[in-house]
Design a protein around this ligand. Structure first.
Ligand code: PLP
Length: 376
């Protein structure tokens, strides 16, 4: 940053009450952090094999089931390692021999790559779209698992969660819902596994994966039981532990607690319908702002593909987005930077349920102020 931009001070009345707009780790509500601190001596620093912690794990599993409206027979499983570890987990006990992937950004491509490299998965095929859009997934004969990403966090594109028409009868639909779960509605009839890390829309911390599994997915775990899997990535072991409200090895207790805070908070407010209405309001403020600003344009051209939870906005060459984000950061408004590998003159703003629409309105005023100050 040049010297004169380094000390641009945004007027206090324009600033949001909470300046966290990152796409993950994302804003954790201060009320949830306080609730954690208030557990004092009763939770943190106690055994994950005893009732106080197991009760919180049970609330996490039941809360997720209620939030997603899971029918009877579904199970919420959990384990360590986040969504990235879950891709490897899925490769051992969910993908039989052929996975088919919708690839349209960094995260969706990583799962496809993991399956392409896994020696125990014979075939991994993809249908690709340029960043900024999503591909149409059509059935591929022989594919036994379809990999969808409800919200591609790297680009701000969301796609419908729907079973591909004409897919093999026993094919599973695996949905990476890491940044969507809790901020977008979903129909459980359209997936077999809906998995996530909780440090995005669910406003907790990283290190954990959760996976809502249909009876067909639970059956697939049994069908592939003979395949070797490392214990830490073994869904059979994860399932046996999860149904007892435990994990195979020690989890981060704070992560589970904060997740429960967020899930129960969303349920109290009115559930996923409420959450999506709120994320649509917040993201709508930003898309409207970008469409009416002469130096800004929504990156995602098709409004139907624009994410309600991660908003990507291209800036005109007359303003340097890196500089905009740096000035915002110096004023306490953090993590508006574009996804690093996308390489665009862009800001990326999370509008997860924790973020208030009012703070998003303030953010647009901060953007106006900074862009006006530095535009060439
Ligand atoms: C962040 C993210 C991941 C990776 O999550 P980790 O917790 O870092 O493993 C995977 N998929 C999507 C869609 C994400 O947003």
């Amino acid at each position: 940053m040049s010297e004169e931009t380094a000390d641009i001070r945004i007027p206090l009345d324009l600033l949001p009450a909470d300046g966290r707009f990152g796409s993950g780790p994302s804003k954790v509500r201060v009320e949830a952090l306080r609730a954690l601190a208030e557990t004092g001596t009763s939770y943190m620093g106690t055994s994950h094999r005893q009732k106080p912690v197991k009760d919180v794990v049970a609330r996490a599993r039941q809360g997720m089931a209620r939030l997603l409206g899971l029918p009877d027979g579904y199970e919420v499983l959990l384990g360590n390692g986040g969504a990235t570890a879950f891709w490897d987990v899925a490769g051992f006990r969910l993908v039989r021999e052929h996975s088919h992937h919708a690839v349209f950004g960094e995260f969706s491509s990583k799962f496809a790559q993991a399956m392409a490299e896994a020696p125990h998965v014979a075939t991994a095929t993809t249908v690709d779209a340029e960043p900024g859009s999503h591909p149409q997934v059509v059935a591929v004969p022989g594919a036994d698992a379809y990999a969808l990403t409800q919200n591609e966090t790297s680009t701000g594109v969301c796609m419908p969660v729907a079973r591909p028409q004409g897919a093999d009868a026993d094919a599973l639909v695996l949905v990476d819902a890491t940044s969507a779960a809790g901020g977008m509605t979903v129909d459980p009839a359209e997936f077999d596994v809906y998995y996530l890390s909780p440090q995005k829309a669910l406003a907790s911390d990283g290190g954990l994966w959760l996976a809502a599994c249909s009876p067909a997915a639970l059956q697939r775990i049994d069908d592939l039981a003979d395949r070797w899997a490392p214990a830490s990535l073994d869904l059979l072991i994860a399932r046996d532990n999860s149904v007892k409200d435990q994990t195979y090895n020690t989890p981060a207790l704070a992560t589970i607690f904060l997740l429960v805070q967020q899930v129960e908070w969303i349920l109290e407010q009115g559930g996923l319908a409420w959450a999506e209405a709120r994320t649509r309001e917040s993201s709508g403020v930003l898309y409207d702002w970008a469409e009416s600003h002469e130096l800004a344009t929504p990156f995602v051209a098709d409004p139907a593909m624009r994410s309600p939870v991660v908003v990507t906005i291209d800036l005109d060459d007359r303003v340097d987005a890196t500089q905009v984000s740096a000035i915002l950061r110096a004023n306490g408004v953090v993590d508006t930077d574009a996804y690093r590998k996308l390489g665009r003159n862009q800001v990326r703003i999370a509008t997860f349920p924790s973020v208030t629409p009012d703070d998003v309105r303030h953010l647009t005023r901060c953007l106006d102020y900074v862009m006006e100050a530095i535009a060439r």
